[in-house]
Design a protein. Structure first.
Length: 132
């Protein structure tokens, strides 16, 4: 298997990169931290059969230019950057697990509710002004 990782957020996570390299030692990791698109994305993925993407747009042009690509894994929330119908018509599977961040979202909501009920944002800024 030849694996290319385009997602900057995946590529910046040393635990994820180490795990990927343990499974596929010669995987290609986006060390530049840039968001690839169009021809740059095609050039980056050329010759690879599995890709882990983030916000990169996977459209008809990209899919048609990469016939060797056999599987795409989406790292992150949502699938709106992938033409799912076209990928399906080409037999290109997309891997994605919805809801993996639900606990973090719930914690953030609870934290924000407490902050709003206690007016923490405004009072914190007032304290900073008085003590600054």
């Amino acid at each position: 298997m030849k694996l290319a990782i385009t997602s900057p957020s995946f590529s910046k996570n040393p635990v994820l990169v180490a795990e990927a390299r343990k499974l596929v030692p010669d995987c290609k990791v986006n060390e530049k931290g840039i968001l690839y698109s169009g021809k740059e994305l095609i050039d980056y993925l050329k010759g690879y059969d599995v890709a882990i993407i983030g916000l990169e747009e996977i459209n008809k042009e990209v899919v048609d230019a990469l016939p060797e690509l056999k599987f795409i894994s989406k790292y992150g929330v949502g699938l709106n950057n992938i033409d799912l119908d076209y990928c399906k018509s080409k037999g290109l599977p997309i891997g994605w697990t919805g809801g993996v961040n639900r606990l973090s979202v719930a914690e953030m909501v609870i934290g924000n509710v407490i902050s709003l009920f206690r007016n923490l944002y405004v009072t914190s800024n007032l304290l900073k002004k008085e003590n600054g």
